[in-house]
Design a protein around this ligand. Structure first.
Ligand SMILES: [Zn+2]
Length: 229
């Protein structure tokens, strides 16, 4: 790949090599899947709402094929509450298309360990907002969820008192609480809740442990996360 003189940016030509390899496999050796996805359109069973973090690509982690996951990624895998209006609702638009048009059967909110967005949220809770234009207000979406869910975010039955020290020492509790908050906010979308109530749509929380590769999941109808055995 040609680079302008003096450019210090890292080379990414291996990524275009990767697309060539994808083409050789999915358009050359085994073209059936991509051909049917083009001719018949997409019909994914799952909307995946995951973090933008480069280490937790849901398709790579789950081994999903093209056409399996309709994905929206944002900082800290957050779902804003239902607030229609003239603002630019990127996450809401993706949720609406998946639920009302693609008619997905599942929505998975997938968070992860060592989440930078959640670290920023804990900083905000401490009154240490980052000198950034957008990040603070975005991650503070999860502040209420943190207050509500953090006490039992590790699967314990009893709630514990929530202190800033607890949050700073156990960011994974906040990461899991934010997942519970996003699931709660999904249910504020009326056409989504209708489908959940009708039994045609299931909501799931997943938390990926970046240290061990383990997955934690919610049980049906719950927002608490438990390790998958
Ligand atoms: Zn993250």
């Amino acid at each position: 790949m040609d680079r302008p003189a003096g450019c210090t940016c890292r080379d990414i030509s291996h990524l275009t090599d990767g697309i060539r390899a994808f083409k050789a496999r999915h358009y050359g050796a085994s073209p059936g899947l991509m051909r049917s996805l083009v001719e018949e359109g997409q019909a994914p069973a799952t909307l995946m709402i995951s973090c933008s973090d480069s280490r937790v690509d849901p398709a790579l982690l789950s081994g999903a094929d093209p056409g399996e996951l309709f994905t929206v990624r944002n900082v800290a895998n957050l779902v804003p509450p239902y607030q229609p209006g003239p603002s630019l609702h990127g996450t809401g638009a993706a949720i609406e298309y998946a639920v009302r048009d693609l008619m997905v059967d599942h929505i998975v909110v997938m968070g992860h360990a060592h989440c930078g967005g959640i670290k920023a949220l804990i900083g905000s809770a401490e009154g240490k907002r980052m000198a950034r234009d957008f990040i603070n207000d975005w991650v503070e979406l999860a502040l209420d969820a943190c207050r509500i869910h953090v006490g039992h975010a590790d699967g314990a039955d009893s709630r514990r008192p929530v202190s800033l020290e607890l949050l700073k020492d156990n960011p994974f509790l906040v990461e899991r609480a934010a997942i519970a908050g996003s699931i709660g906010n999904l249910l504020t979308y009326p056409w989504l809740k209708e489908r959940v109530d009708a039994g045609t749509l299931q909501l799931h929380g997943w938390w990926f442990d970046l240290d061990t590769g383990d997955l934690w999941q919610t049980r049906p109808g719950e927002t608490r996360l438990f390790p998958v055995l």
